[in-house]
Design a protein. Sequence first.
Length: 72
Amino acid sequence: MMIYNVFGRFIGVKPSTPGWQVFRVDMTERKFSRLYEVIIPDELTEAEIPLWLGDIYHEAASEQHPDVTRVE
């Protein structure tokens, strides 16, 4: 699973057949909760996922958390 820090939130993305599955990630306890309301189009590549997450969550950007970065 790829884990991203999305403007201060940890979001996991896992390849699935078909497409991608998205999870909320608790980094302290290493727990994952599926996010069904967030859809990543099947045709996006792994390299395009941070841009997509940035577009979805852009309203959460702040001075403390200005970017989407891959953690794992």
